[in-house]
Design a protein. Structure first.
Length: 100
């Protein structure tokens, strides 16, 4: 009986250690609109919402490579101003982007 209990305790310990090593670590993204205009923000052509002037937006993001884009929605004369580029996110990284 004691051998079975010890084996079960040992097995439970190994399982806990294995599962704790598989914990997913998220990355974070913070975007700041420091311009006087409202912008629509996109991550890989998926809308993250509109940002008013001087507004900050934060969200978690999986590691990977993304296209980040902000398109001017207010104060547009002619073609809207578009800002952005390629975003490389590593596991557990805290990303920030401020556009003017």
């Amino acid at each position: 009986m004691k051998t079975i209990k010890l084996n079960l305790i040992g097995l439970a310990s190994i399982l806990m250690i294995t599962l704790s090593g598989c914990e997913k670590v998220f990355s974070s993204m913070t975007i700041t609109n420091s311009s006087p205009y409202t912008y629509a923000v996109y991550l890989d052509d998926t809308s993250k919402g509109e940002m008013n002037p001087k507004e900050v937006m934060s969200f978690t993001i999986d590691p990977g490579i993304y296209q980040l884009k902000a398109i001017q929605m207010s104060g547009v004369l002619g073609e809207p101003d578009t800002k952005g580029g390629t975003l490389h996110v590593l596991q557990g990284e805290e990303m920030t982007w401020t556009f003017h």
